[in-house]
Design a protein around this ligand. Structure first.
Ligand SMILES: [Fe+2]
Length: 186
C-alpha cells in the first residue's frame, strides 16, 4: 500500500478512536478523501483495477472490523442492486462518472424486513475528484453504477465496518434481505 493510502487510513483510524459519531466521521473524512484522490489512481496496484464482465468488482485495499476500503471497478452497464450499508461511508471517484440513484424510505424503519415502502429520490453523477458520503439510521438507500453507454469507472469506497454484506431491497415486494458481498483480496 502506498504511503498516501497508509496515512489516509491512519488518520481515519485516529478519528474513529475518538468515539466519533457517524456524522462526525464523514464530516472529517470527506476532506481527507478529497485530498487523497489526485494521483491516487496511479498509486493503486494492478490488482485494484481487476474487473469482471458479469458484475462490478470490489478489490480490497483494507478489510477490518472498524474500517474497510475498496477500489471498485464498474464496467459499462454494471449497477448495484438497491441496497443500504448499515454504516457510514465515504466514496471518492478516481476515473469516469459514477451514477447514484437515491431511494427514500417512506415506511417506518422498525427493523422489519417487510412492509417497506421506497420512493425514488434524486440522481447524482459524480465525476473524477467528486466525494460523497452517507450515514446510517436511517440508512442511506441507493443504487450506484454506470450506464451502458458510459466509460468505465474506478472509485474508492471507505466504510466504518467490514462491508461484507448489505440489505438488498425488492421494491415491488416491499422486502429486503441480507446478502453476502464478495471481494478480491489485495
Ligand atoms: Fe452503496
Amino acid at each position: 500500500m502506498s504511503q498516501d493510502f497508509q496515512e489516509f487510513l491512519d488518520d481515519c483510524r485516529r478519528l474513529i478512536g475518538t468515539d466519533a459519531t457517524p456524522s462526525q466521521c464523514v464530516e472529517a473524512i470527506v476532506p481527507l478523501m478529497h485530498n487523497l484522490l489526485p494521483g491516487a489512481g496511479a498509486r493503486l496496484s494492478p490488482g485494484h483495477r481487476r474487473s469482471d464482465e458479469h458484475h462490478y468488482t470490489r478489490n480490497a485495499i483494507l478489510v477490518g472490523e472498524q474500517l474497510s476500503l475498496y477500489a471498485i471497478v464498474w464496467r459499462p452497464g454494471q449497477w448495484t442492486p438497491v441496497h443500504d450499508h448499515g454504516s457510514w461511508g465515504v466514496v471518492g471517484v478516481l476515473e469516469g462518472a459514477l451514477h447514484e440513484r437515491a431511494w427514500l424510505r417512506t415506511s417506518p424503519d422498525d427493523g422489519r424486513d417487510a412492509a417497506i415502502t421506497l420512493v425514488p429520490g434524486g440522481v447524482l453523477v459524480l465525476g473524477p475528484g467528486s466525494v460523497t458520503s452517507f450515514v446510517p439510521n436511517p440508512d442511506h438507500i441507493h443504487v450506484t453504477g454506470v450506464p451502458a453507454d458510459a466509460p468505465p469507472v474506478l472509485s474508492l469506497h471507505l466504510y466504518g465496518r467490514n462491508m461484507n454484506s448489505f440489505h438488498m431491497y425488492d421494491i415491488g415486494a416491499g422486502t429486503r434481505s441480507r446478502i453476502a458481498l464478495e471481494h478480491n483480496e489485495s
